[in-house]
Design a protein around this ligand. Sequence first.
Ligand code: FAD
Ligand code: UDP
Length: 399
Amino acid sequence: AAEVRRQPALPANDVVTAPAIRSANARPDYDVLVVGAGFAGATLAERLASQAGKRVLLIDRREHVGGNAYDEHDAAGILIHRYGPHIFHTNSDEIVQYLSKFTKWRPYEHRVLAAVRDKLLPIPINRTTINGLYGLDLQDDDQAAAFLAARAERREIRTSEDVVIAAVGQELYETFFRGYTRKQWGLDPSELDKSVTARVPTRTSIDDRYFLDSFQAMPLDGYTRMFENMVDHDLIDVELGVDFRDVANRVTVGHTIFTGPVDEYFDHRFGALPYRCLDFQHETHDMERFQPVAVVNYPSEDTPFTRITEYKQLTGQVHRQTSISYEYSSATGNPYYPIPRADNQAVYKQYEALADALPDVSFVGRLATYKYYNMDQVVGQALATYRRLAPRIGVKAIA
Ligand code: FAD
Ligand code: UDP
């Protein structure tokens, strides 16, 4: 008798009335189902089709490709990022080379100012920040280092509070980090893993770039166009506005790549993993420029939003008007950020064990592996997944 098994292995769920069943000998409709058309899903769909010759169905429950990096022209014709500012930066030549197959680039170095009382000061904290805040005239790195050393507190570094106080002391921590973090995460920095605020360094120089990566650029025609180029392949079918649960019982597939929230895949069996959510208030103003740099952070808790982004300054678009967005954080809505904390990680580990036990499903990306990854890290993770997966699903030669 032909072996009959369920593909893909599905969690028990009321919505799925008839799980896809296929004979092991039957040819599935698609070799691979990719759930989610963000960086993780688009990279894997592209590799599996173009390098491995696999027939891929790529779906997303949103009406567009690109995941959170999606950009679009608003009513005024200005290119904006619907889900907040995305700046591409990486130290990996491999990732630049890979994405450069699908886009040209516009060099862009990101700079951010923090609104503190009536001043706009560079963040990450650098010598200019200290001089501006305290009315000082520190002349070189040594003087700035001595200023910070006099304030920095020696302590064991476990939390996001420790990281900053150990580098700059209590006052600068409160001015630039405590309020912003409490708004952004709904938690005090002392309740967050050290990795969160450790993303933002402290400098004694006057270098005011947000990132120091060797490659910093924006896709010349936007992220969405880049994604469209990635998935434009004869072997890739794209279905948008479609949830995984809706296709799982109508198509048969050999392997599934899942890039949505891992806890949702397993029906929240071990409880919901917390993800931080965002709301954006997009506006267009009748002026060419709204603020001096692309992003201004608002660290004070007196202001309800965390930052304002002016998109033309990221994209270089020339337009007589300008579009901006106010960014608000919340506990409910679409998942945007995994929340790095030991207790959440422990729950994730339980889901990861379930995920690892499913040979026909790969979990990739920021939501599916519950990792606070930047875009380049997600592409790197997806390329590594492809290399591991390819021999298992019958790919002989990997380019
Ligand atoms: P996503 O982009 O979230 O894609 C997952 C997709 O899966 C989504 O489109 C979702 O609709 C779909 N999906 C989920 N579940 C299902 C389901 N059941 N059925 C069908 N579809 C499903 N990174 C940087 O490098 N630089 C930045 O400047 C930067 N800024 C950021 C700013 C903000 C506000 C945010 C939130 C993130 C930022 N990032 C930045 C991180 C970047 O967005 C992520 O690293 C990257 O987009 C993650 O890609 P992904 O494919 O893992 O996930
Ligand atoms: N952060 C802060 N003040 C700032 C900038 C960052 O407190 O002006 C903290 C905050 O907790 C934030 C984290 O550092 O979530 C990481 O900042 P990053 O700019 O990398 O956040 P992202 O762009 O991923 O939202």
